[in-house]
Design a protein around this ligand. Structure first.
Ligand SMILES: C[S@@+](CC[C@H](N)C(=O)[O-])C[C@H]1O[C@@H](n2cnc3c(N)ncnc32)[C@H](O)[C@@H]1O
Length: 292
């Protein structure tokens, strides 16, 4: 029986064997605690018929635990130096495919088709590089990949913003964007001590479960997201002032926004952070005809 990768001793052994040095700029903080990894994988609820996509396998600590539980694992790794290491550490797992690619540039949809075929249950599970957490999550969601959900480690502060409820200081356009596509929950808070090297920030694991239907009906998604982002442009400003300064110029702009706010039943003096997703949907639908 080989030893798990995710222990301080084995990780050091592997890093020394290959003379690997961490690149901070690639968000390389590897997990060295098998117990934490198993708890992360538990939240993905994989079966031996599931597929798993991992972003940033590092030296394979999480990949290994995924390979033990899923039918197949596909991992995207940007750092070429890790490829020979992964080939070595993951050699006991023929159900893993590592793809050398920046996930932000990859055609994930095509890879899924090629690697998973008709597999119906696919989860993304990752300890994300923190410098690109939001672009990666938004790419996965906006491309509407045929996945059940995402379980990922990220900076706790970003996790708090993603799962925030209206009326809290963490609630903003990121909360709305993610909650439009998914049910978002923080499922674990993770201490710095389980990483090598230890990150400077606190970490959390979130679980995003894709909605079968969007929770609200919007006329135009792009415009809906434009309205939500505009509404939070300056948090201390009212929704009327933010929208007036942010939306594109047009005939009687302020009057149109006031009319739309009234139609949507949203008082002009409210701040963006108090509106629910449903209210944002009503508002963007009411604004849409004035700006198109
Ligand atoms: C936080 S580490 C996680 C490593 C490993 N999964 C673990 O938990 O120990 C992030 C990993 O993502 C990789 N990475 C960074 N940016 C990436 C990108 N744009 N596309 C794919 N992988 C990336 C890094 O090289 C690193 O291996």
């Amino acid at each position: 029986m080989h030893k798990d990768i995710a222990t301080p001793v084995r990780t050091k052994e592997i890093l020394d064997k290959y003379g690997f040095s961490f690149k901070k700029s690639l968000g390389q903080n590897f997990l060295i605690d098998t117990n934490i990894l198993n708890r992360i994988v538990d939240h993905a609820e994989l079966t031996d018929h599931s597929g798993a996509i991992e972003i940033g396998p590092g030296i394979g600590a999480l990949t290994e635990q995924l390979a033990k539980r899923a039918e197949k694992v596909v991992a995207f790794e940007i750092d070429q130096r890790l490829l020979p290491i992964l080939e070595d550490t993951l050699s006991p797992y023929p159900n893993v495919k590592v793809i050398h690619s920046d996930v932000l540039k990859a055609d994930v949809q095509a890879v899924m088709k090629e690697e998973f075929g008709k597999q119906e249950d696919v989860m993304v599970v990752a300890n994300l590089p923190y410098y690109v957490t939001t672009p990666i999550l938004m790419k996965l969601l906006e491309e509407r990949l045929p996945i059940r959900g995402i379980v990922c480690m990220l900076q706790k502060e970003v996790g708090d913003r993603i799962s925030a409820k209206p009326g809290t200081k963490e609630y903003g356009s990121l909360s709305i964007a993610v909650q439009y596509y998914t049910k978002a929950e923080t499922v674990m808070i993770v201490p710095k001590t389980v990483f090598m090297p230890q990150p400077n920030v606190d970490s959390a694991v979130i679980r995003l479960t894709l909605h079968e239907e969007p929770p609200v009906k919007v006329t135009d998604e792009k415009f809906f997201f434009q309205v939500t982002r505009s509404s939070f442009a300056q948090r201390r400003k009212t929704i009327l002032n933010n929208l007036t300064s942010q939306l594109p110029d047009g005939k009687q702009k302020k009057e149109s926004i006031q009319a739309a706010l009234q139609q949507a039943g949203v008082e002009e003096s409210r701040r963006g952070e108090t509106l629910t997703i449903d209210e944002f949907a009503q508002l963007s639908n009411a604004l849409y005809p004035y700006f198109h």
